[in-house]
Each structure stands twice: as C-alpha cells, then as structure tokens.
Design a protein around this ligand. Sequence first.
Ligand SMILES: C[S@@+](CC[C@H](N)C(=O)[O-])C[C@H]1O[C@@H](n2cnc3c(N)ncnc32)[C@H](O)[C@@H]1O
Length: 257
Amino acid sequence: MRLNPSPRTKLTITINVKMRGSDIMSAVTNSFENVKAVILSCHKDSSSREKVNFYNSWAENYDQDVAVLDYRAPSLAAKSISSHFVGDRETAVVLDVACGTGLVAKQLKSYGFAHFVGIDGSEAMLELARESGFYQDLKQCLLGEDHLPVQCGLFDVVVIVGALSVGQVPVDVVRELCKCTKPGGYVCMTTRGNRDNVEYKAALECELKQMEEEGLWTCVEVAKVEDWERAVSEQEDGYISGAVYIYKNEEAQCMTM
Ligand SMILES: C[S@@+](CC[C@H](N)C(=O)[O-])C[C@H]1O[C@@H](n2cnc3c(N)ncnc32)[C@H](O)[C@@H]1O
C-alpha cells in the first residue's frame, strides 16, 4: 500500500504501552539537579513511616532517578554475594529486605540466583517489584515496628541494600536478618559513608561486631567503596563513599526468635 498523505493530512498514531521508568529513561531522564531536589525534599522526614511514604511518592521515577545518581549498590552487593556463595544458586532462596522496585533481584538473577522473596514498607515500591516478575512472594512490613514476616532459619541469602541508613531501617533489625538466615547462609548489607550517616554507620558496625563476639556470625568481607554514588547534600560534592558487608551465619537461632 502506498501512503501518500497530502500536506494537510494529519496522521495520529496512538501507542498504548505500559513502560517502567527505567524503560523510558532516555526519553524522560530527570536532570541531576531535579533528582537532588527530590531526595533533599525527604531529608526532613524523620520517622521510618514518613520515609516509606516518601518512597510511595517516588516509586514511579525511582529506577530512572537512581540511575542518574550512578547508584551502584545493588550491583556491588550482588557481585559480592556471588563471589562468596558456594551453594547451588538455582535452588537457593534469597530474602531481599527493603527490596524496593527489584534492582537487587535483577542483579542477583544475572549471577544465576532464581528464587526471591521480597519485603518492603512501601506498597508502591512493592507494586513495581511485583511487576518485575522476579519475586515468588512479596510482603509489606515496616521494619523497626513490625517483625520480619518470614520463618526463622529459612533463607540461603538475606540481602538489604540502600535501606540501612539514618531515618530508614533501625540498626537492631540486623539481628532479625541473621535469625532468618540458614546456618551457613549469608547476610549482605550496605550502608552509606557520607556525613549525615556517620553516626548510623558507626552504630551499625558496632552491632555487627557485637553479634560476631556473641558467636552469631562471622565476618566474611567488608568492602569500602569510594565512588558509591553521586553526592546530593549541599555539604558534599562528587561521589560519597559506602560499604558492603558480608557475614556468614554460624548457628541455628530459631529457638530465640
Ligand atoms: C533506597 S531504596 C532501596 C531499594 C532497593 N533495595 C534498591 O537497592 O534499589 C530503600 C527502600 O527501603 C524501604 N524502606 C525504608 N525504610 C523502611 C522500613 N523502615 N521498613 C520497610 N521498608 C523500608 C523503602 O520503601 C525503599 O523501597
């Protein structure tokens, strides 16, 4: 068929495709200044509940905005887990705590992991995780207020990325992460090393060490990373630092859960 519209002919094509933020990144990528403004707008949010509400409003743009920040925590954590995990990846069950939209599961899948359970406080982030298709099960839970809604001693790998920081998940939740890991399983955690998180990071490292002294787990690796992600605060520029921690659960702890 030959289409030969006259100059006055108006051709309207409607494309009705549902796309995730990351799929249309090149078309609508936010500028760094805009992303910075979005993130700074939530810094006044002090409680975990307020933070989760912020994620509800950010969910739709989250993937594309964190790409602007050069947010590499999910890939760094997944790489670290992959380099230490010795079991069968196809049957291993991974608990992704504060899973967000599913960026960590996406990375772990590329290393051969196939079974994921996700937990997050934000219903909007969970909805996107659901759409990703990576998770066999997803549960809503406000960490710090509710207990982890999973069975003790069940998971081969427990991972929490981007959520152990001031105003988000309280430090003592790491004890619950350890309890729901199988004996011999791994817990992978990340945190930021920038100014507003200095006290939180010190408290986290103190708790991790304390748990090691109690014989609950052993430290497998602490990887300090200088170029963790782009800085967004007014006092910092360039890249902020961060860290990935991997611990190995040493004993069954289900009696104490
Ligand atoms: C920076 S995002 C990280 C998401 C994902 N892990 C990633 O790396 O892309 C932080 C996530 O933690 C969740 N979160 C923060 N505080 C929480 C809390 N107290 N309980 C449950 N989820 C929380 C947020 O809803 C959000 O999805």
